[in-house]
Write a protein that binds this ligand. Structure first.
Ligand SMILES: [Zn+2]
Length: 185
């Protein structure tokens, strides 16, 4: 069960940023169906009805989040960008629906899915930055990946988005080391 609230919003911002075309995959967000699948994969309750405006706004939000993850822990720049995003999209309010207890909505009433992603994602990332510092927002250290990732959790700071990236880089470094030192064969 995914935690509801801001950690889920932050995870959605990361997932959205990582749909952008990169070295390892093309653009993963080109259709309304792909946006609906992304929302459902992060436990958005039905109805998840996605139209072309939702997709266009989601791509705008994606650009904003991608830029924030490029800032490599630059506190001032990250705060400025997140504040601008919050100012233009967020209007936090308590809401109750039939059968659902009082909870927080971050977006303005009537927002598109894309505007909801911008507002909720910006709030989720802002809360993480406030708790862990700006270096919580980073990118995978594998140069052929560079996916956005959150450095949360205990233990040494995460450098890679996945075990796959960590082991690929380790194997490459090992091969390189052996090439550089033939005596080690
Ligand atoms: Zn990676």
């Amino acid at each position: 069960m995914t935690a509801f609230g801001f950690s889920r919003w932050a995870a959605l911002a990361v997932a959205l940023a990582n749909t952008a075309p990169g070295q390892r995959h093309g653009d993963l967000l080109t259709t309304t169906g792909e946006l609906a699948a992304l929302l459902r994969a992060h436990d958005e309750p039905e109805p998840v009805d996605v139209g072309t405006k939702d997709l266009a706004d989601a791509l705008t939000a994606r650009d904003a989040f991608s830029g924030i993850f490029e800032m490599a822990g630059d506190e001032a720049a990250i705060a400025e960008r997140l504040n601008a995003l919050l100012a233009s999209t967020a209007r936090p309010r308590l809401v109750s629906h039939a059968g659902v207890p009082l909870h927080l909505h971050v977006d303005a009433p009537g927002s598109s899915w894309g505007q909801w992603l911008a507002a909720s994602g910006a709030m989720g990332l802002a809360l993480l930055v406030a708790e862990h510092g700006a270096t919580v927002l980073t990118r995978c250290a594998a140069q052929d990946c560079r996916d956005a990732l959150l450095r949360t959790g205990s233990g040494p700071p995460r450098r890679f988005c996945s075990a796959t990236c960590a082991s690929r880089v380790r194997v490459a470094a090992h091969r390189q080391g052996r090439r550089g030192n033939p005596a080690a064969e």
